[in-house]
Write a protein that binds this ligand. Structure first.
Ligand code: S3P
Length: 190
């Protein structure tokens, strides 16, 4: 599944608003691993918000930075739980790097469920149109095959809260024997 000798991180992929950051943070705590949100690292590097960068430089420039940051994070020598931006799977190089250096969980949700969650969100540049539901449907039509092609595990995240999804991932990871040396979910008592 992975290149030999590669450090195996745990990555979360999925549409914006599917819960990647919240769930990633919970898993990292349970597994005693560092949590990294790639969007956060990108914003630190840019010195501005992703929304501002999109507005000034456009999406293609953002995707270049995203690719660079993801490659660096996935090459890191200490394992971590990584939450990625919803569009990270658009580039083949990112899909390849995610698969080769991490165990990838796709948080599969529905546009309806996500539109409900994001109804008050003003931070996501791709969600700021008049019809966020339609936008999410369009994004999913393009991305669903890419999420499925990149993921090692598909997790049903629709109509469930973050703790329920984290528990499911924890069980899957344990069943698959992915947690050797990582501690086991709940080992910290949380
Ligand atoms: C994007 C999703 C965002 C962020 C950027 C682009 C996308 O991350 O990377 O705004 O293309 O779907 P989240 O998935 O965390 O919202």
């Amino acid at each position: 599944m992975h290149e030999q000798d590669a450090v195996v991180h745990f990555s979360l992929i999925g549409l914006p608003g599917s819960g990647k950051s919240t769930i990633g943070r919970q898993l990292a705590r349970q597994w005693h691993l560092p949590f990294i949100d790639s969007d956060h690292v990108i914003e630190q590097r840019l010195g501005c918000t992703i929304k501002q960068y999109f507005a000034e430089h456009g999406e293609a420039a953002f995707r270049d930075v995203e690719q660079q940051v993801l490659a660096e994070l996935l090459a890191a020598t200490a394992p971590c739980v990584l939450s990625t931006g919803g569009g990270s799977v658009l580039r083949a190089a990112n899909r390849q790097a995610l698969q080769a250096h991490s165990t990838v969980f796709y948080l599969q949700s529905t546009p309806e469920d996500i539109a409900r969650r994001l109804r008050n969100d003003t931070t996501r540049p791709l969600m700021q149109g008049d019809d966020p539901l339609q936008r999410l449907q369009e994004l999913l039509a393009v991305r669903e095959p890419l999420y499925l092609a990149t993921a090692h595990y598909v997790v049903d995240a629709a109509r469930q809260n973050a703790s329920q999804v984290s528990r499911k991932i924890g069980m899957q990871a344990e069943l698959a024997g992915l947690l050797t040396g990582q501690g086991s979910p709940g080992a910290a008592g949380d």
